[in-house]
Design a protein around this ligand. Structure first.
Ligand SMILES: Cc1cc2nc3c(=O)[nH]c(=O)nc-3n(C[C@H](O)[C@H](O)[C@H](O)COP(=O)(O)OP(=O)(O)OC[C@H]3O[C@@H](n4cnc5c(N)ncnc54)[C@H](O)[C@@H]3O)c2cc1C
Length: 355
């Protein structure tokens, strides 16, 4: 069995981002890399969206940028701007194609379907396969989205809707998310923040149909793409091993209050690339401790008072959008954190410190 300097387990977002980062910075000229990925073919399966608070290598995979967005609760809508950090959506199909085309040009990079096909003994391993115990107490962001095409112009493609809470909450936290790619096409997602022990929330197709036809009042449309997923709002188990680093969701790159992971993965890849020559001794990369702490409190409130969350999110965006975006993207300073905290219902959050 062949030996490699590096092994990446999982050729998804984090595995491919890291391989690409190493490749474009010529860290694989004299080193060998094996990527272990079971999927038989790559096709679009996700739409990664985020506020572009830092540069990244995938501008050519962006489906659309927006500088305006809205958030609404029943009878109230807040219109916001994000000119300083446009919201971007990346088409995973383009991302996989771009990276795989690049990686296949380097003979030092090999692809395998299963870890048993390589000798792991002397390699440094980057693992993106999370170890998640079935624990019904954990919170998840679970969702399903469809990209639809309408017969006539319907959407305002200049503004996306981040959260529409004007929908059935079923004692959880539920909202719709709409990304209009053009006047005739949009990704519409039903999103829940809840435990996963209630399958009654997973009648996604019916929820989406009802939202499109009865809420948006749109009848003539075709669905031409669908994606579904669940993002853990807790960090997967991590066993400390000398020659192994977890990356992606497995490596704690998800911002727990929002599910945003894509840009954190890019920052982690950059950090690994900068330290690759001394990776065994380098410090563990984490999303800032203050965000871990604040998110933990936020999720405690969410768990205890789901009914308050539409209002909490709505109020949060009453701060300057620039500040909220920086906070949600782990780029805020102390004063910006404070301005967000002060927008929260104080008693509820203070009580959450003691749950
Ligand atoms: C549908 C969906 C939409 C999302 N949208 C957003 C978004 O808009 N913005 C955002 O910031 N985040 C988003 N996320 C969260 C996060 O960015 C993604 O989950 C991202 O793909 C995480 O990257 P990853 O590499 O950790 O996991 P993945 O991309 O899932 O990669 C893991 C890889 O491991 C492979 N694998 C599985 N088992 C094995 C095994 N035994 N051995 C080897 N390989 C294995 C899988 O096939 C997969 O390719 C979304 C998540 C989902 C599921």
């Amino acid at each position: 069995m062949r030996e490699f300097d590096y092994i990446i387990i999982g050729g998804g977002c984090a595995g491919l981002s890291l391989a690409y980062e190493l490749e474009i910075h010529e860290k694989l000229r004299d080193k060998t890399l094996a990527i272990i990925e079971p999927r038989a073919e790559y096709k679009r399966d996700k739409t990664w969206s985020f506020w572009r608070v830092i540069p990244h290598s995938f501008n050519d995979c962006v489906k659309k940028n927006w500088v305006n967005f809205s958030i609404n609760i029943p009878n109230k809508t807040n219109f916001l701007e994000c000119k300083a950090s446009p919201y971007q959506s990346i088409d995973s199909g383009l991302f996989y194609e771009k990276i795989n085309n690049k990686l296949r040009q380097n003979k030092n990079i090999s692809f395998f379907n299963h870890i048993s096909e390589v000798n792991t003994k002397n390699s440094f391993i980057f693992n993106s396969v999370p170890s998640i115990k079935n624990n019904y107490k954990n919170l998840w962001q679970h969702f399903c989205g469809v990209e639809i095409e309408t017969q006539s112009n319907f959407f305002d493609e200049e503004i996306f809707n981040l959260m529409d809470f004007e929908c059935d909450q079923r004692e959880s936290v539920h909202f719709f998310y709409t990304l209009p790619f053009s006047k005739k096409s949009a990704l519409i997602e039903t999103t829940w923040l809840s435990k996963m022990n209630d399958n009654s929330e997973k009648d996604y197709d019916r929820q989406i149909k009802d939202y499109i036809e009865n809420h948006l009042k749109l009848q003539n449309y075709k669905i031409h793409y669908k994606e579904q997923g669940a993002i853990p709002l807790f960090h997967p188990l991590e066993k400390k091993e000398k020659n192994k680093i977890n990356i992606g969701t497995a490596g704690g790159m998800t911002r727990l209050s929002t599910g945003y992971t894509f840009l954190n993965i890019q920052e982690h890849s950059k950090y690994i690339r900068e330290n690759i020559e001394n990776i065994t001794n380098s410090r563990k990369y984490c999303i800032g401790a203050k965000y871990q702490y604040l998110d933990e409190i936020f999720l405690r409130v969410l768990e205890k008072h789901p009914e308050k969350m539409p209002d909490v999110f709505f109020k949060m965006f009453k701060s300057s959008p620039k500040t909220v975006i920086k906070f949600l993207s782990n780029k805020s300073n102390f004063f910006e954190d404070l301005s967000i905290i002060l927008k929260m219902p104080k008693l509820t959050f203070i009580k959450a410190l003691f749950y």
